[in-house]
Design a protein. Structure first.
Length: 267
């Protein structure tokens, strides 16, 4: 197991301290602590059931921890949860949108709820719709959108108010190759521009390229927290994928793959 909590003289934009979430006697998350500073992209990975989505929901204030706290700029988010949510951009794992609104109407609604200046809303929305290849469909009902189109609407909604903190939960879900490449480059650019990004994903190739730090969860606990390159070195593995398998898998995935092929090929 590798653990390395990164310190800094500057105050963390986002800090989770000893997060615990129990459902009855069942612990979904156990003592998770992370620090995220301006200009950092922190990746969060783990197998299904590791506690990633539960952790994300606590970070955005959707779930209240059983124990522990979440701090934004050094203040408990529960002291002003509405104000905190106006300062962050969040892309959820599932694209649950209002199906009978058009894409533009949905973004206008989000912009109004976030308190964006009315004179800036229209121009910014149209520019982002164009850049995400959605401008031609802006007046179509979201019910007619593909999964990838809905995901791009969520991304625009998260980005358009220029938040200092972005929390992205599987943001590549449903995106076409071009949109995924744009997002990958955008995440790197956001970090370089001083934004703080918490990036939760199963796509390890992208995580390795865009994240400066990586937290690995397994059964609700942090089992590794370090730079991707140092995690590879500590496990002696050549790739992040093999490092991840070494850290979290309880099965020989290559062996199982061969056995599946044998069953398929059996007479």
């Amino acid at each position: 197991m590798t653990t390395s909590l990164q310190g800094s003289n500057a105050a963390a934009v986002l800090e989770a301290k000893g997060l615990v979430k129990r459902y009855g006697a069942l612990p979904a998350v156990q003592n998770v602590s992370v620090h995220l500073h301006a200009g950092e992209v922190l990746g969060c990975v783990g197998p299904n059931g590791a506690g990633k989505s539960t952790t994300v929901k606590m970070l955005i204030g959707l779930l209240k921890p059983t124990n522990g706290e979440v701090l934004f700029d050094g203040r408990d988010i529960n002291r002003d949860l509405v104000g905190y949510r106006k300062c962050i951009g969040y892309v959820p794992e599932e694209a649950n949108l209002y199906p009978y609104l058009t894409g533009r109407e949905y973004l206008e609604l989000v912009a109004t709820l976030r308190g964006m200046e009315a004179v800036k809303i229209g121009g910014k929305i149209d520019a982002l719709l164009e850049l995400f290849s959605l401008h031609a469909s802006r007046h179509s009902a979201i019910a007619s959108y593909s999964k990838g189109m809905r995901q791009r609407i969520l991304l625009i909604a998260a980005l358009m108010d220029n938040p200092k903190l972005l929390i992205l939960d599987e943001p590549l879900s449903g995106l076409d190759v071009t949109s995924a490449l744009i997002l990958k480059n955008l995440i790197k650019a956001l970090g370089e521009a001083g934004r703080a990004v918490f990036y939760c994903s199963h796509v390890l190739e992208v995580v390795e390229k865009v994240c400066g730090q990586l937290v690995v969860l397994r059964k609700g606990q942090v089992i590794a927290y370090d730079a991707p390159a140092r995690l590879r070195e500590s496990t002696g593995k050549a790739s992040l994928e093999s490092t991840f398998s070494h850290l979290v898998d309880e099965v020989d995935t290559e062996k199982i793959s061969r056995e599946i092929l044998q069953v398929m090929s059996a007479a």
